[in-house]
Design a protein around this ligand. Structure first.
Ligand SMILES: [Zn+2]
Length: 308
């Protein structure tokens, strides 16, 4: 670490959590470590977005608080390469740090629960306070703001993918080590399954989707986000998985992951995804969400209902 990096690190930790000043120092620290990313991060689009959104007061559908977002100057070249919208992974809630993608997922989950129970919760925090009422939910994210709020509910099960440990192990109460290609739960164990930018990292996503269909009850909902380009008929395969070894078809793409720092993406989904899920017995809806009060713009979320 250079003296400049050390000074930026000290400055960053001296600034208030989730403040714009801290975010900007963190971004400058990252750029200082990787100067080639400077143009992709400090540019007209990012500065305009920062100015446009930074004072936008919104209601967070996860923590339930009124707040303004953090715009973290994403690397636009990486966003383009990964086929992920500029705003999707940023505009974090200043209170619970949920990204716009996670808010899209939460809004669809709350809407689904309203249709199912006729009880409307204005946020995941309100849902957590009221309780899931026995609705069994499997969430593949152990680190998200949604997970932090719901994890005390006895019918909320969370899981991670930890290949160096035995599959099916209960790591903590209601927290399991699960390979989605072979889920260690009985048929019809869940009413809802949530995944958020997970399926592009699963080597055999078709097998995982068949498993999700199996562990859902009839009428159960699979609510998820993935990198998706609706203009594409077929998935873009980034890795050839037709043999036992991964064969990279382009420069390997790694997405941020709280467990490993970066996890290999196997594909960007195209419209094939909808027909494959339909063939498995799901009724599939892809939603583009525009909900200014929740600061969700061009949000993307799928809901797939298991048919009877
Ligand atoms: Zn929040």
């Amino acid at each position: 670490m250079t003296i400049k990096d050390s000074l930026l690190a000290v400055l960053m930790y001296a600034l208030p959590m989730n403040s714009n000043r801290r975010m900007i120092v963190r971004m400058l620290k990252q750029v200082s470590r990787s100067p080639a990313t400077a143009v992709a991060r400090i540019n007209y689009v990012n500065i305009s977005n920062f100015l446009r959104f930074t004072k936008h007061v919104f209601h967070c559908p996860i923590c339930g608080q009124q707040t303004t977002p953090i715009y973290d100057f994403p690397n636009l070249a990486v966003r383009r390469e990964h086929k992920i919208g500029v705003l999707r992974e940023t505009l974090q809630c200043r209170k619970c740090f949920a990204s716009m993608r996670q808010r899209s997922l939460a809004l669809k989950l709350l809407e689904h629960l309203y249709e199912r129970t006729t009880v409307r919760h204005e946020s995941i925090a309100a849902l957590a306070a009221a309780g899931l009422g026995g609705i069994r939910l499997l969430d593949t994210d152990n680190f998200s703001a949604i997970s932090n709020l719901l994890r005390k509910d006895p019918s909320y099960i969370r899981c991670s993918y930890l290949p160096d440990r035995n599959w099916g192990t209960e790591i903590e109460p209601n927290y399991y080590n699960i390979n989605l290609e072979q889920i260690d739960f009985h048929d019809a164990s869940f009413d809802i399954v949530l995944t958020s930018d997970v399926m592009e990292h699963v080597r055999d996503s078709d097998a995982a989707h068949a498993e999700i269909q199996r562990v859902l009850v009839s009428g159960g909902a699979y609510i998820f986000n993935v990198p998706y380009d609706e203009r594409l008929e077929h998935d873009i395969q980034l890795v050839d998985t037709s043999t036992a070894e991964d064969v990279y078809l382009c420069e390997p793409q790694y997405h941020g992951d709280p467990l490993t720092g970066g996890v290999l993406a196997y594909r960007v989904f195209g419209r094939d995804l909808i027909s494959k899920l339909s063939n498995l017995g799901f009724r599939v809806d892809f939603n583009r969400l525009e909900q200014e009060e929740f600061l969700v713009t061009d949000g993307d979320v799928f809901i797939a209902i298991k048919k009877d």
